[in-house]
Ligand binder design. Structure first.
Ligand code: ADP
Length: 441
């Protein structure tokens, strides 16, 4: 109890004592006390009434004058009220400033709750996504951005990678969406206009694809003439034979390069917009192993195929076949004679997997993260020996992106390599019969 309160209690007690003494003097103790206490209650009620009418005024005003404990109460409440209004103004100013700065942003910012109901968004969101202030407040965001991929992305809670969508009100505008979780699964959604970058990227792809396409015809003519010349090599002077053979080798390399560039730009351009079919992986594996064995008569590798799952995959046969065959042919290229190559198709609770393990020259781990870049070679001096285009693993990477898969590479110099393509369960199509089969040569 503070000093003022005890002083007040003392005052009340003194009044009561005075009333008691007065009562004794006039011989009416009970009545005197009743009158004094009644007066006190009336006064208290009066002060409470003043407090009530002051508190419930619409504006903040100076508190009523009061003495003693009531004066203290009025002043205390007034001080708390002032503190409260001051911090409210400060917060409001801060909110206004944040809103002003986010409104000045060129990127859209949207805040939603865990279900997707929109709480707040900036002006850029009105412009880019066609939202309307304030009528859209509380609407579910995926009812306004009506693309199934956005709804899937929103609900997935996997936001490591951004999502690319068309603007809802203009399909020529490309938007990149990035979501961040905060609070209790609330979402902060940032949307950026990436049309210019997208066009540049598209131009790059088109350029590569057009150049490759244009190079194809002259190359076919050159290779054709070279073949004819080589067929008639007997009638040519001896000194021409070696250069001709080298020219043929190099033109074949260029053809392979042009074909790979075309394939890569097609796979990139297609993205996931191809007809998703039931791909018979087992048949692909038999075919690529057969091809690898017939290409590989010189090195006498043992190529073992183990099919431990009868599962098929939802996807594109041509793309998957070219990815798997690139990995297997790399194993053939980079494994010395008499080595062993194990090809496996298996499944577990995470999904289905294609793996190729070789006993080849291996790769220094420092190169592994960059192997899927175009023209990246762990050892550039090997490129001419093996005749590779440097695009094989870039093709593999894009095929896996299109099939929601991932590439895992384990390798050490001199200890061989393992390339594993992981595919998620949602891509699996279970076939009716499931038995394990193995084949080796
Ligand atoms: P390339 O046509 O040069 O083989 P890739 O993109 O297919 O191009 O492979 C990129 C690089 O990765 C190769 O140059 C090679 O250095 C390395 N590489 C790929 N597969 C293997 C493997 N099985 N063993 C050793 N190195 C490999």
């Amino acid at each position: 109890m503070n000093r003022k309160a005890s002083h007040y209690i003392r005052l009340v007690l003194m009044c009561l004592a005075f009333a008691f003494v007065l009562g004794l003097v006039i011989g009416e103790v009970a009545w005197t006390l009743v009158v004094v206490l009644g007066g006190y209650i009336c006064w208290t009620l009066y002060q409470a009434f003043r407090l009530h009418s002051w508190l419930y005024q619409s504006e903040i005003t100076i508190p009523p004058e009061g003495s003693g404990l009531w004066g203290e109460i009025f002043d205390g409440i007034h001080r708390l009220q002032k503190d409260h209004y001051r911090s409210r103004d400060r917060l409001q100013a801060m909110i206004n400033r944040i809103q002003e700065s986010t409104n000045a942003l060129r990127d859209a910012v949207v805040m939603t709750d865990s279900m997707g109901a929109m709480d707040w968004w900036n002006q850029a969101a009105d412009r880019m996504l066609g939202f309307k202030h304030p009528t859209d407040r509380g609407q579910l965001i995926y009812n306004l951005i009506r693309t199934p991929i956005f709804k899937r992305y929103f609900s997935s809670k996997k936001y490591q990678e951004p999502l690319l969508i068309n603007a809802p009100n203009n399909p020529n505008i490309k938007l990149q969406v990035q979501i961040t979780l905060f609070g209790e699964d609330d979402r902060l959604i940032m949307v950026q206009d990436v049309t210019r970058l997208y066009r540049l990227e598209q131009m790059r792809r088109d350029f590569v694809s057009n150049v490759s396409h244009e190079l194809r015809t002259p190359l076919t003519v050159i290779t054709g003439y070279l073949e004819t010349l080589i067929d008639n090599a007997d009638s040519l002077p001896e000194r021409w034979r070696r250069p001709l053979r080298q020219m043929e080798q190099q033109s074949q390399r260029m053809e392979a390069l042009v074909n790979d560039l075309l394939l890569l730009s097609k796979i990139e351009n297609d993205g996931q917009n191809f007809v998703q079919k039931d791909v018979d992986i087992q048949r692909i594996l038999h075919t690529i192993c057969h091809d690898a064995r017939s290409l590989n008569t010189e090195k006498q590798h043992r190529i073992n195929l183990e099919i431990a799952s009868e599962a098929h995959l939802k996807g594109n046969t041509t793309q998957l076949q070219s990815a798997f065959s690139n990995i297997l042919l790399n194993a053939v290229k980079y494994t010395p004679a008499n080595g062993e190559i194990n090809v496996r198709w298996y499944e577990d609770d995470k999904g289905v997997h294609f793996s190729v393990q070789d006993t080849g020259i291996g790769i220094d781990p420092e190169h592994i993260p960059r192997l899927t870049e175009r023209f990246y070679r762990a050892d550039p001096s090997r490129a001419s020996e093996t005749g590779g285009t440097g695009l094989g693993l870039a093709i593999v990477k894009h095929v896996l992106i299109n099939h929601e898969g991932e590439l895992e590479i384990q390798s050490r110099i001199g200890q061989g390599s393992v390339f594993i393509c992981h595919f998620p369960i949602k891509r699996v199509i279970q076939s009716d019969h499931s038995e394990t089969s193995t084949a080796a040569e």
